[in-house]
Design a protein around this ligand. Sequence first.
Ligand code: PHE
Length: 439
Amino acid sequence: MDQRETWKTRAGFFLAAVGSAVGLGNIWRFPYMVSEHGGAAFVLIYVGMMLLVGIPVMVAELHIGRSTRKSPVAALVAKGGPSLGLLGGLFVLTGFVILAYYSVIAGWCLRYLLDSFSGASLHESGAYFERIATGKDALLFHAVFMGMTIAVVACGVTAGIERCVKLMIPLLFLLLGGMGVWALFLPGAAGGYAYYLKPSMEELLSLDTLSAAAGHTFFSLSLGMGVMITYASYLEQKESLLKDAAVISFADFGVAFFAGLVVFPIVFALGIQDKVGESTVGTLFIAIPEAFAKVGGAGKLLSFAFFLLLVMAALTSAISILEVVAAALMDSLGLKRIAATLLAGLAITLLGVASAFSLDVLSVSDAVAGTVLLIVGGLMISVLVGWFDQTVRDELSAEGKGVTLFLLISLRVVAPLLLFLVLSDAGPKAVEAVLGLLR
Ligand code: PHE
């Protein structure tokens, strides 16, 4: 068998993992969740979830990947026998469904990016969004975005993924920083910050907020479907996985938090906070360009910068999802990288046609795969590593007793109970959503 590829540098692994985590989830989905779930209350619960569940599950995934050096299906079989291959299969399926709609949204971003030059996206942005969000145009840009994703993954771990993230992640941080400074000077910025940073107690205590936050933790940190397993399978050094997980998670949260500091002042400067409150997937795509239109000449430039940011964030996430599916095909069917990537990429592009033609399919896919299936995956991983994987103790022994105890308690008890509770709320809702779609 070929020697398994490894990251060229440790920084390459970090940037790839951060690139996977930082995506549309941070810049589009996080502000949208915040406005749907009580502003700052959601932010607080999210941080709690990240610390109690997200980071431990990420350690567990990194451990599975690095200790087996296999892609998710093979790694889980190696850990627990053939029946666990089913769980690996669930990961692949989840990635499949997520990337299919994720790429449609990324396609919108690409379209907005190109139309920034002419300014077409800036005026009558509501009508513009309606025109491009579904139908042939959406399909075309979805296909182009998938083409870009396939091209990167087909080039391999170092020549494709690592090279792409080394270029894009620093640029992404720079652009976001610049946008944050711009937003600071908007009239009405203070109202935006206040809404964003002052929690509503009612929402803080609801199961609905808890389950939205749990789902979003998994989505935003790219957990529950084998991305971190796959990326860690290309690692060879023996360094602290906890440190890795903490750095990746905080970088991810930092970007999401900062994106909120850009988005909410814009929304409040425009006075459209009520519209966002009854938010749909498209609200930000309408609100933000409207704000750009108001600044006059610099608007096109701002729009270009903002959508470039989104496209880069989306691409570095999409490649991680395609890598999971492609790596599974390589490991289990023995396909070569290029064949596996093309096969997976084309199949996902086809599945995405449904979301490109219907916003309802898109939202339901997000509720089912982007929330419930990730939670199911995370729940299984925490139980598997917490209760049945003896090797994780050796791995953690270097971390000190207190930390090891915390991680084990989280994986064994806290994460499973919390996720089970959350599933009791999110599961039936997702089933209802699917039935609604079929009706
Ligand atoms: N974490 C990515 C984002 O925030 C999305 C993603 C989900 C990527 C699941 C990989 C796996 O946009």
